[in-house]
Every structure is written in structure tokens, then in C-alpha cells.
Write a protein that binds this ligand. Structure first.
Ligand code: COA
Length: 715
């Protein structure tokens, strides 16, 4: 048998088949197979349709064939809607008769039992070996609105309007809702697919397919799980550079519930891994289905804004203020308009109108006022995008006329500036908004929806402008040194694999990350070690089994002389005894009194692999959770983004007279940690916390570090 090409064309038998057979088509009312056959016929599928059922003569006017073989020639796409126990034999028939694609609607496989999982695996392996791509099982089917194809092999009675959005839903039920909404919102779709258990055709396959599909400009994903997030991370950034990808937030996994053995692990969850993956790949993640559709409506019709500056025109003050607030909250700006714009507005608006951004037409519902204001603001040199808010206040004008005026004005402003509309009317948005030469102007139900969507579109615009960046790669001698340390640590580290203070120091030194000067010392000679290092010093307890030192008072700060060091030793001894531990020695460390406390660390997600975290450090890290995650390898552009996205960024940039911090050195530490994990994947936990970021040019100093390696047996 010939193998199908691995690339997107391999999915053509699914989306563009020349013939379709429905196995399990039935006359019974409400039968799923019957509904699929009915949809194929009703929606005008362009190819040949076959019904397969051993117990019927004709179904919906078509002759029923008892088996696929009885059709007498190969069929491109076979849709299987027979009970689970018969599915495998139908797949065997598909292989024997030369089918090229299969959709298995039937449920009762990997999602329901171990036996189901085994059967699913066997079926998919057979189909793949025969070069057949399979959708499902446990799915709702797929749909292609291309006028040349008109394929509906779902059991929903909905035929959505044709358009440029490709939709993937991992949930069948949600898929139905999505299709329903598409129609209601008057969005157009190119194709829809419910992927079910994703046993063969995956999200990654579909993104690759749509990347090359001329009918698809925007990709919408509802995903609940990732089969191969690393592959997603490789494929998607390429696609997101040419076609926007919008994903709605998926569920959470067990990863976040895992017992947390480090700060970095406690901060992580499946959710942050998904966020990191989307962030790095240029996927816009929305929190709700509603905003997924809003963002899609904008991206499907308007260009990405070049900048964050929004010009707002409204005929009512209240909604304009709400919109202005929402824009600011989303990181957009309402700039001052150019004096020429204000002068032109004064020529036709009443003196009490608002001439500053937002421009307030004070109750006017005159189409010509809207036309001129939108045209003027849209051409203002300070503006990157325009949002028009219209409330029909009086019944002196027809909303259709205002909509037509806005649509006309939209075509008279630069084509690279998006235009959005908020039509605050319970009677919906007039179709005239799509009647102008510029095509459809998206309309949003409330001001906030418009602001959220424009901000998402601007994020993508920024992401596309950002250089791809480079990840750090250590030179060969560094790699060899790191490997030697890791291997010796694996041989000597006490379970559960925490590195000793010496090993930790050595590993960071090899990585080029500077640690505060320190000496490991038996308790008796600690004062001498302190004298050698210079004061002030910090004492840290060394005791077998001690992980979170500050939880048991294992760290004493601000020691100014040998006398204070001796007192601190006495204190540490009694605290360790109280905690049931034995003080075996101390780490005497030079105290760092300057810099901003941050954390850089790593955590390994079972599905997503290693992630690097950076955030505000110190003891409050888990309370404040001001952190950013990225999957390894972290590129320089990602490292900068991580820092720029922190709420504590102002602290690094000299908040209220505090000194500036060496952001560059912090970014470089993130990259070094990422490079370390790439060459030493045995590191399962790593916390540099606190890591003090010094003044620009002075770098960073790690005050405390904890590193855990997987033992050889675990690996
Ligand atoms: N070849 C062809 N036809 C076959 C067949 C075979 N090997 N075995 C059975 N059939 C026919 C049956 O005779 C029946 O036709 P009839 O009504 O004319 O007798 C038809 O296929 C359907 O079989 P039936 O036993 O009536 O099953 P059903 O319609 O009740 O259920 C499924 C079939 C696939 C719908 C059901 O097993 C299922 O999986 N439902 C869940 C689907 C789902 O929710 N998917 C996920 C959505 S997100």
C-alpha cells in the first residue's frame, strides 16, 4: 500500500474527498449515521455519496450497500457510525477496499476503557500502515464549506456561512455550540473539525494543513490536551507568522497537583505550560469562547494594528469612557489627536462636542457626522486603529444609514489601520456595516469586547515584529564540565537527589552564574571562615534532610563579627534540634546587601518537558506569584519578554528612586539556566532564589541555590 504524504496534502482525502461512504447510515429517526448521510445530501456535497448498511435496501433515497466491498470500487472517505464492537472490522474493510481517509464517529475507545484504548491503538496502527489518515474516534466529524466541495460529515443540522476561519474542537459538544455561534455571529468558516480522541489526526496536523489551505486565513483552536507540545512549539511559530491562531483556554492537568518540592514547581501547573507554549509560539489565548469569537471576527476581517494607539469616536459619553478604560487596562493607548484633526472636527461638530480622544459627537446620530469624524480620526497621524461606538439615541435616523456611513468612512482611511465598531443596540448590528468597499467591519457587543480583541491583535502584531532570537549554546568544554559534575552528583547525591553546597557552587560556576562568595565549614571553624570572607556574613545550616532552610530558621543574617557568628551557631544548633535535624556544618556566605531579589528556576512538566521560570524572588515568591514561564530552549527574545511581562518590572527599572537593575544580566541568567537544562536534562528542580540583580553593568549574584537531579535509576 502507498503511504500518504506526511504533510498537509495528506489530509485532502478528509477535507476534499471525491466520494464519501457512510457506514452505519440508517433510516431510523435520530440515528447518527442517518443524520450524517442526510447532511451530505442536504448540504449539496459535490462528490459521490454511498450508504452502507446490511439491513436496509434504500436510505434517504440512496441504494444501501451491505458492505464497503459491495460498492465495487474504492471510496475516498469512509465515515464510520456503527457500534464500537463493529468498528475494527469496518476499518479492515476500508483498508481492503482502498479508502484514503476515515472518520470514526463512534465512541467507546480510549476515552472509556483500557480495552478501548488497546483497540483504538490497533485500529490506528493498521490504518496508518495502509497510508490512511483517521479522524477520531469519539468525534463529531468534519465540514468543508468550499463551494467546490460542500462536505458535511457531522451530525449537526448546521451549515455555517462560508468564510476564512478554520476551526478545530477537541470537544464534540462544544463543536456544536461553536458552529451555532458562527452562524449567529455571522462569521464565515472555511472548515471545521471535531478531533475527538486525536488517535491519529492531531492538532499539529491540522495547523499544518490550514497553513497551506488558501481558503483559511485564521485558525481557531479549542484544545483540551497536547499530544506533542514540543512539535506544536516547532510548527506553530512558522504558521502564526502568516496566519493568526486563536486558542481558548484548555483544562488543567495533574501536573499542578504534583507534590511541590521546590518554589519553581509550586508555581507551575499545566496552565502555565500552556501559556508559555502559546506565548512563545505566537498563539493568542483567550479566556472565554466569547472572546475567542470576538478576536477571530477582528482577525478575519481587519489588519493587525502597527501600534497601540486607538482613536475612539462615540455619540455617547458613558460607553466612550468604558471603552477608554478598557483600552488602557489592556495596554492600548488613547493618544492626543493632531491639531489639524481637532480643527477639522470643529468645522462641523457643535461647540460642546468632545474634540479630544475619545471624540464625542454628543448625541448625534447623523450618518454624515459619523462619516466625517471616522474619516478624520482614522487619518490622524497619531492613530493606529479606530473604534466607533454607536448608540441609537433617537429615532431620527435609521441605524442602517449610520452603519453604511461608518463602512464608507472605513474605506477612506489607510488600509493598514483596523476599524472596529461597537453597536450598542439590542436589535443587533445592521448588515450595512459590511457594505462598504473595505468589506466587513467587525462589530462588538460591548466596548470591553472591542478593547480585548484589539489588544490581542496588537499582541500578535508585536510578536510578529519581534526578532525570533537565539538560544544560548555552551561551548564544548563547558558542556563537558557540566556533564562531569552532573554525573558525579548522580553518583554521590543523597536521595532525593539534592546537590551538596559544593556541587551546587561548582555547577553554577561552570554555567557562568556567579554565586555569593562562601565557604563550607565545620561549626567550630565558622568564625575563621567568616574572617576570611569579610563581614557582614550569613550563616546557613547544613543538615541532612533540610530543604527549605528559612522554614526552620536555618538562615541567620547580618553577622558583623566573629562573636556574632559564634552566637549564631548556638542558635542554629538549637533550632535544628527542635526541628529534629542535626547541624553538621554551616555555609558561611558573604552577605549581599544590594540588588533586587528575583528568582530564576526550572521545573519539568510531565507532558511539556522543562520550563524556565523567572520572577520576583525571596520568601514571598509563592504568595505573590509574579512569575513568567517559558519552555526550553529559551531564546534571548523570550528572556526579555519574560522580564518585561513581570508586574515587578518597575522595581528593576528604578521605582521611586531605587537604583536601576542589570536586566541584561538577569536575561542572560535565564538563558544560561535554559542552556544548562538542555545539556543536563537530569536536573529536575533548580531554584536560584534569591538571586540579587545588581546595578546595570554589575551583573547578578545568587544568594541561595538548590538543585536536584534525577537519580540514574529514575532516568
Ligand atoms: N456495516 C454497516 N452497517 C452496520 C454495521 C456494519 N458493520 N453494523 C451495524 N450497522 C448498521 C445497523 O444495522 C444500524 O442500521 P439500522 O438502523 O438500519 O439497523 C446502523 O448501522 C447503526 O447501528 P445501531 O446499532 O443502530 O447503532 P446506533 O446508531 O444506535 O449507534 C453510534 C452507533 C456510532 C452512534 C454509537 O455507537 C456511538 O458511538 N454513539 C456516540 C457517538 C458520539 O457521541 N460520538 C462523539 C461525538 S463528540
Amino acid at each position: 500500500m502507498n503511504k500518504q504524504p506526511a504533510g498537509p496534502r495528506g489530509l485532502d482525502p478528509l477535507f476534499r474527498p471525491a466520494s464519501v461512504a457512510v457506514v452505519g447510515a440508517s433510516q431510523k429517526p435520530n440515528s447518527i449515521g442517518g443524520a450524517i448521510l442526510g447532511n451530505l445530501i442536504r448540504d449539496g456535497y459535490s462528490g459521490r455519496i454511498y450508504a452502507v448498511n446490511p439491513n436496509a435496501e434504500t436510505i434517504k433515497g440512496l441504494a444501501a450497500h451491505p458492505t464497503l466491498a459491495a460498492i465495487g470500487h474504492p471510496v475516498d472517505l469512509v465515515v464510520i457510525a456503527v457500534p464500537a464492537r463493529f468498528v475494527e472490522s469496518v476499518v479492515d474493510d476500508c483498508i481492503a477496499t482502498g479508502a484514503r481517509g476515515i472518520v470514526i464517529i463512534t465512541s467507546g475507545f480510549a476515552e472509556s476503557s483500557e480495552e478501548g484504548r488497546r483497540t483504538e491503538k490497533r485500529i490506528i496502527a493498521k490504518a496508518r500502515a495502509a497510508g490512511i489518515r483517521t479522524v477520531g474516534p469519539n468525534c463529531m466529524g468534519l465540514l468543508n464549506t468550499d463551494a467546490k466541495i460542500r462536505l458535511n460529515v457531522t451530525f449537526t443540522p448546521i451549515w455555517p456561512p462560508t468564510g476564512n476561519i478554520g476551526i478545530l474542537s477537541q470537544s464534540g459538544a462544544l463543536g456544536l455550540t461553536i458552529l451555532d455561534h458562527v452562524r449567529e455571529l455571522n462569521l464565515g468558516i472555511s472548515s471545521f473539525i471535531s478531533v475527538g480522541n486525536k488517535a491519529d489526526v492531531s492538532g499539529n496536523d491540522l495547523i499544518e494543513y490550514w497553513a497551506d489551505d488558501p481558503n483559511t486565513d485564521v485558525i481557531l483552536l479549542y484544545l483540551e490536551s497536547f499530544g506533542n507540545p514540543r512539535k506544536f512549539g516547532r510548527i506553530v511559530p512558522r504558521v502564526a507568522r502568516k496566519k493568526p491562531i486563536v486558542a481558548v483556554k484548555a483544562g488543567r492537568s495533574a501536573a499542578g497537583r504534583r507534590a511541590a518540592s521546590s518554589h519553581s514547581a509550586a508555581l507551575a501547573s499545566m496552565d502555565v505550560a500552556v501559556d508559555a507554549l502559546f506565548e512563545q509560539s505566537g498563539v493568542l489565548r483567550t479566556d472565554t469562547l466569547e472572546s475567542m469569537f470576538d478576536v477571530a471576527a477582528l482577525l478575519a476581517t481587519q489588519p493587525l494594528p502597527a501600534g497601540p494607539r486607538v482613536g475612539v469616536i462615540s455619540n455617547a459619553g458613558g460607553p466612550a469612557i468604558l471603552l477608554a478604560d478598557a483600552c488602557e487596562a489592556e495596554g492600548l493607548k488613547l493618544p492626543e489627536l493632531a491639531p489639524e484633526t481637532i480643527n477639522s472636527l470643529r468645522e462641523f461638530l457643535p461647540p460642546h462636542a468632545g474634540f479630544q480622544n475619545p471624540v464625542d459627537l454628543v448625541g448625534s446620530d447623523q450618518p454624515e457626522d459619523f462619516h466625517r469624524a471616522v474619516q478624520m480620526v482614522g487619518n490622524d497621524p497619531n492613530v493606529d486603529a479606530v473604534i466607533v461606538v454607536f448608540i441609537p439615541p433617537l429615532l431620527t435616523t435609521r441605524p442602517e444609514d449610520v452603519a453604511a456611513a461608518i463602512a464608507r468612512a472605513a474605506s477612506e482611511i489607510p488600509a493598514d489601520r483596523p476599524v472596529l465598531n461597537v453597536f450598542l443596540s439590542s436589535r443587533g448590528t445592521p448588515a450595512m456595516l459590511g457594505a462598504g468597499p473595505r468589506g466587513r467591519i467587525p462589530s462588538f457587543r460591548y466596548p470591553e469586547n472591542a478593547a480585548i480583541s484589539l489588544a490581542a491583535s496588537y499582541r500578535l502584531s508585536q510578536w510578529r515584529r519581534r526578532p525570533e532570537g537565539q538560544a544560548l549554546k555552551f561551548p564544548e568544554p563547558t558542556v563537558a564540565r557540566i556533564r562531569a559534575i552532573i554525573e558525579s552528583a548522580q553518583a554521590t547525591a543523597a536521595e532525593p537527589g539534592w546537590l551538596s553546597a559544593d556541587q551546587t557552587g561548582e555547577l553554577l560556576d561552570a554555567t557562568g552564574i556567579s554565586m555569593a562568595k562562601a565557604e563550607l565549614s565545620p561549626v567550630e571553624s565558622a568564625p575563621h571562615a567568616a574572617d576570611r570572607l569579610g563581614y557582614p556574613v550569613v550563616l546557613k545550616a547544613i543538615a541532612p534532610g533540610l530543604v527549605h532552610k528559612s522554614d526552620v530558621g536555618g538562615v541567620v543574617l547580618d553577622l558583623e563579627n566573629a562573636e556574632e557568628v559564634r552566637d549564631a551557631i548556638t542558635q542554629l544548633k538549637s533550632r535544628m534540634t527542635k526541628a529534629g535535624l542535626k547541624l553538621e556544618g554551616v555555609l558561611v556566605q558573604r552577605q549581599i546587601d544590594s540588588g533586587i531579589e528575583m528568582i530564576v528556576g526550572t521545573v519539568t512538566d510531565p507532558v511539556f518537558g522543562p520550563l524556565v521560570v523567572c520572577g520576583m524572588g525571596g520568601v514571598h515568591v509563592e504568595v505573590l506569584k509574579d512569575v513568567a514561564f517559558r519552555l526550553t530552549p529559551v531564546r534571548d527574545a523570550d528572556a526579555k519578554d519574560m522580564i518585561a511581562g513581570l508586574k515587578s518590572l518597575p522595581l528593576l527599572r528604578g521605582y521611586r528612586g531605587s537604583p536601576l537593575a542589570d536586566e541584561q544580566a538577569l536575561a542572560s541568567t535565564i538563558m544560561k539556566v535554559s542552556a544548562l537544562i538542555e545539556v543536563a536534562p537530569e536536573i529536575v528542580d533548580l531554584d536560584l532564589n534569591p538571586l540579587m540583580v545588581l546595578e546595570p553593568g554589575k551583573g547578578i549574584v545568587v544568594a541561595d541555590a538548590r538543585i536536584r537531579v534525577q537519580s540514574k535509576a529514575d532516568g
